[in-house]
Design a protein around this ligand. Sequence first.
Ligand code: PBG
Ligand code: ZN
Length: 329
Amino acid sequence: MGAYPTTRLRRLRYNKTLRDMLAGVSLRREELIAPLFVREGENDQRSIASMPGQDQYSVDLALPIVGRRRDKGLRAVLLFGVVEQKDDFGTRAWSADAPVQRLTAEIKAKYPDMLVITDTCLCEYTKHGHCGTVHPVGPDEMDVDNDETLVLLAKAAVSQAQAGADLVAPSAMMDYQVGAIRQALDQAGLHRTGIMSYSVKFASSLYGPFRDAGESPPQFGDRRSYQMDYRSPRQALAEARADVEEGADILMVKPALTYLDVIAELRRNFDLPLAAYHVSGEYSQIKAAAANGWVDEKAVVLETTTAIKRAGADLIITYFAETLAEWLE
Ligand code: PBG
Ligand code: ZN
């Protein structure tokens, strides 16, 4: 019987006030990062079928959305570009007049206190939808060229930083991407621009809805030669360590809920701030179940995001940021 009935663990749970006092984990709006898809064109808003409640906006329509999020107490957005002119290299990723660069400049002019983070990758800008340049590596095999891609990622990052991005967020999973970007930023005099690295990014089926949203599915093959294999968790430490050595300012684990163990492991092993990306498939699953009346959306989102914090994330990137901001009021 142990110490029962002297020890009754439920005594700490009878009183709601005491339960609230003992809540060791809580969410703040300041810890949320809201992704935003910005597209080419004008006065153009398009819904994303697989992500109910999320839309692509042209720059002119995206700016008021950022203002609305700011009014709700959000402090940071993560920008993704949707472009029309795609080529083999992803040239539009470093165009000063591309949607991400234009929106970044407009946000920093109108809402200078809003933190702008830009996703730095090529898959939304390449015809083939891969995160770098591709070449044949065998009779029937194509692959992304790591070192050639580094040069292009660095150009994209410098262009985003010149537009005013506070943090660039390399997501291509190329070896040495953080180092190459840090070096290029510093050479361009942009030593104040930080790097939030997608350090530990798994090849995940949970990115499916995003590839609709970003119009960026790979046209052949998959991303397993660069994104991590979820059966090999120890590689996560090596990836994070490399990013720390290369000069990352913030580390990230992605997706979130299926990798809470990895978030906890990184928290134990590194001192840098840690972000977790609650990705598109995680969002859409909750949305679909809630739309059917099978789960209570608010309760599930609060439980899910609190779990991500509890695992050790300092920052949460989530498509629920705006609704969460309302609920946390
Ligand atoms: C670009 C990128 C992707 C996501 C963030 N940046 C897609 C991918 O790697 O296939 C996924 C985000 C999400 O699913 O919400 N490399
Ligand atoms: Zn990519």
